[in-house]
Ligand binder design. Structure first.
Ligand code: CS2
Ligand code: MG
Length: 402
């Protein structure tokens, strides 16, 4: 089966998405997510100008060879742009192969390992009370795992909290917004938030939190130790992870589980963390970590060290990525949890899909392929609009991690 065409579709139905569509001489097509929030056009160009010309005429069934060709053949390896482009090709080819076999993608990976995919949602609020109300609403919706993020007394903005009660979307049009961050009020407030949640709702559900790369290792150790009485399922991204060895400091002080990896683009970003038992969940995703082919390798390494998967699933990962992730999730033996941040209706309208949510679990559906498609005519009605993720500064103006 030969690749006869491939196109990059950039659209903005509620937010920007980049989608690769590969067409074959047997009339089958496959699609892959290539969205890199805030740098979308870099991946679109990488695909359009450098990858697509190399795809035409190649055998669509040779997924592994294509992956190696695009990874090793580029000479300049790894990184978020390259690996999102490779991911899009990989995901589209898995979609095609499963369609050609007349099977849902998970069957090609090894079949179901569980009846459903446990997902976690985002509860948030501008203050403690609003966050408690949001946790209550999400428990009523049937979620078994809930991430809680709250505004922090003394700070105007906090990660994960929408402004003005709107739907949370961190990327904003125009130039990057700048927020003020201070660690001290956050470390003071966080234990109070999680104590209030456990006092009001008890211990019978999974409670998660995202520190979003903002702490030093010893600050992260202090946070995680202070949250031990509230038995978190994980604290995510406690520290930026370029220095994987630094996580030893966190490990020495606390038994709160650690999750990391949504910004990772290859197995090399997490090899030390996994091999030294420094994390409990790996958050790498289909779109950012080289597709199904590479994410399987990361999960297999993780399984040797009792590390489970916890794939990133924010709204800047398109429904195409969510669909492919759910096939991966329902197969992968060392599954932990899948992030579920429901897309806007307008986004979902462009990406018809077979996956569904019910009572805290998702299933990928059983149609051939990964079960997601793109309505190109509708996508064309939502042209790209440049948008950026925010930038954080400390009160004295020092630039810090958002
Ligand atoms: C967050 C994301 O979902 C998460 O865990 O870290 O919202 C992240 O901020 C965005 O995906 C960045 O584009
Ligand atoms: Mg995160």
């Amino acid at each position: 089966m030969k690749i006869v065409d491939a196109k990059v579709i950039v659209c903005c139905p509620g937010r920007n998405f980049v989608t690769l569509k590969i067409l074959t001489d047997q009339g089958l097509h496959g699609i892959g997510d290539a969205t890199l929030n805030g740098r979308e056009l870099a991946v679109a160009s990488y695909l359009e100008d450098h990858v697509v010309p190399c795809l035409i005429g190649r055998d669509a069934h040779q997924i592994e060879d294509m992956w190696q060709y695009l990874y090793r053949g580029a000479y300049w390896r790894r990184g978020p742009v390259t690996m999102a482009a490779i991911a899009a090709v990989d995901t589209a080819l898995w979609d095609i192969k499963a369609k050609a076999a007349g099977l849902p993608l998970y069957q090609l990976l090894g079949g179901k390992s569980r009846t459903g995919v446990m997902v976690y949602c985002h509860a948030n609020g501008r203050d403690l009370e609003e966050t408690l109300d949001s946790v209550a609403r999400h428990r009523e919706m049937g979620y078994k795992a809930i991430r809680a993020q709250s505004g922090i007394p003394g700070l105007d903005a906090a990660y994960g909290v929408p402004k003005g009660g709107k739907f949370y979307e961190p990327a904003t049009k125009g130039l990057p917004e700048e927020y003020v961050w201070a660690t001290e009020p956050y470390l003071e407030f966080a234990p109070k938030l999680f104590e209030a949640i456990r006092v009001r709702f008890g211990m019978d559900f999974h409670l998660l939190h995202d520190a979003h790369h903002r702490l030093t290792p010893i600050e992260a150790a202090r946070l995680c130790k202070s949250l031990e009485p509230y038995r978190l399922f994980w604290v995510e991204d406690p520290v930026p992870a370029e220095n994987q060895d630094a996580f030893r400091i966190i490990r020495q002080h606390t038994v709160t589980p650690i999750a990391i990896g949504e910004v990772f683009s290859s197995i090399w970003d997490c090899k030390e963390l996994i091999e030294n038992h420094l994390i409990d969940y790996i958050r790498a995703s289909v779109v950012h970590a080289g597709g199904i082919t590479h994410l399987r390798r990361i999960a297999d390494l993780a399984s040797l060290y009792h590390v489970k998967t916890g794939c990133h699933g924010a709204t800047d990962l398109s429904p195409v990525c969510m669909g492919a992730a759910l096939h991966f999730d329902i197969w992968v033996p060392n599954f932990g949890v899948q992030e579920h941040m429901p897309h806007l209706e307008v986004s979902e309208s462009v990406f018809p899909h077979a996956y569904s949510f019910e009572n805290g679990y998702m299933t990928p559906g059983d149609v051939p392929g990964h079960g997601v498609d793109i309505d190109e005519a509708l996508a064309a009605k939502y042209p790209y609009e440049r948008a950026y993720l925010p930038v954080n500064r400390k009160r004295d103006g020092t630039l810090c991690d958002w």
